[in-house]
Design a binder for this molecule. Structure first.
Ligand SMILES: Cc1ncc(COP(=O)(O)O)c(C=O)c1O
Length: 375
């Protein structure tokens, strides 16, 4: 009877609940615990008394759409059509779900690169499609031989996530060049590019599909204001796609949500005039460096983090336990919550690694590191 018989409760809920139960410092779920910008709060307070409480147009509040177009032009030099190529969604999650359900029919295949974020596969399954999960290389770069081997006539979509949750890997110019060659050859395949961490890139400026003329006409790009503006609970994101694809997405979107929270949209629209997106990577780079320095003498081995606000560590020197068991032990015995990496793989590949979120106050990171250094 169930459409998702093998889909467990999300690991993020499980670990956050355990963290609450044992009073552990929660570095598991990916959300900031530092205060929201006062300016955004005061804009929102002022808006509450105004006439902003009814349904917005389906695509989104017009001024917000204009600002998304401007942002896309400023950052990626892409002109998007305000009326036909942008859709404001209830977070990237709903955007991704809606995009998948707009194009995937029974038995269509969707290539997902493991380790992968946990909302892709269930969205494909609900649509009746077949998730084809391919491992990334050992260094988490894309393996184009494996991807090409997996492409069949039934392949409808490839989902990529850059910068990458959970590993913090970012795609390079050469990766995009290889993808362009591949998709030129297999031109029946669409792309869904999850770029929610687009403003958190450390090693080099983020390369967006928005900047790739050969790819963007066959791509749906997902962004998240929750992630970029540190308000994950607001659940505001957006999709960018060419008009022919967006028309299909809107057909589903209008019956799934129609439009999303009006107050959040108006507030973000006003606030965008004051946001310097270059500061976001700088702020998180400082936190990453702080967290890495705090852990440098610990028993954890730190993996490179090129983007996102996640630090992956290997705990082989500490324990031979599987990562889910070790993550639970870490909460119960040591008071710090993390996410085990195996849950991001179809076959639960366990390389004894955990993901810590460093989008936290310095005090939280220092307190967590103190506990981790005692192990
Ligand atoms: C890779 C990835 N995609 C999408 C999302 C969901 O974004 P939103 O909160 O805007 O729905 C997340 C949230 O953690 C994420 O890590």
């Amino acid at each position: 009877m169930s459409k998702l018989p093998n889909t467990p409760t999300s690991i993020f809920s499980i670990m956050s609940q355990l963290a609450n139960k044992y009073g552990a410092i929660n570095l598991s779920q990916g959300f900031p615990n530092f205060p929201v910008d006062q300016r955004l709060l005061s804009i929102t307070k002022d808006l509450i008394g105004k006439n902003v409480h009814q349904y917005t147009p389906m695509n989104g509040v017009p001024s917000l759409l204009e600002k998304i177009a401007l942002l896309t032009f400023k950052n990626y030099n892409r002109h998007v059509n305000v009326a036909s190529e942008i859709l404001v969604t209830a977070g990237a999650t709903q955007g991704i779900y809606t995009a998948i359900n707009s194009f995937i029919k029974s038995n269509d295949e969707v290539i997902i690169l493991d380790p992968s974020y946990d909302n892709y596969e269930p969205s494909v399954l609900v649509a009746g499609g077949k998730p084809i999960r391919i491992s990334l290389n050992d260094d988490y770069s894309p393996n184009f031989n494996r991807i090409e081997d997996a492409i069949t006539k039934k392949t409808k979509l490839i989902i990529l996530n850059n910068p990458h949750n959970p590993t913090g890997k970012t795609w390079k110019e050469s990766d995009f060049e290889a993808l362009e060659v591949l998709l030129e050859k297999h031109d029946h395949v669409l792309l869904l590019s999850d770029e929610v961490y687009e403003y958190i890139s450390f090693s080099h400026p983020h390369i967006s599909i928005n900047t790739r003329p050969k790819l963007r006409n066959k791509s749906i790009i997902a962004s998240s204001f929750g992630k970029s503006l540190h308000v994950t609970g607001w659940k505001v994101g957006y999709l960018i796609a060419p008009e022919n694809l967006m028309l299909e997405i809107k057909k589903i979107h209008q019956f799934l949500v129609f439009s999303i929270s009006s107050v959040s949209q108006y507030a973000i629209s006003e606030y965008l005039d004051f946001v310097d997106f270059n500061q976001i990577s700088k702020m998180y780079l400082r936190k990453k460096t702080l967290f890495q320095n705090l852990l440098k003498n610990s028993q954890f081995e730190l993996l490179p983090c090129e983007g996102t606000y996640f630090q992956v560590v290997n705990y082989k020197q500490i324990s031979s336990k599987g990562d889910t068991d070790f993550a639970k032990e870490l909460i119960v015995n040591h008071g710090v919550a993390a996410i085990p990496i195996s849950v991001f793989y179809k076959d639960l590949t366990d390389k004894q690694m955990l993901r810590f979120c460093f989008a936290k106050t310095d005090e939280t990171l220092i307190a967590a590191a103190e506990k981790l250094n005692e192990i």
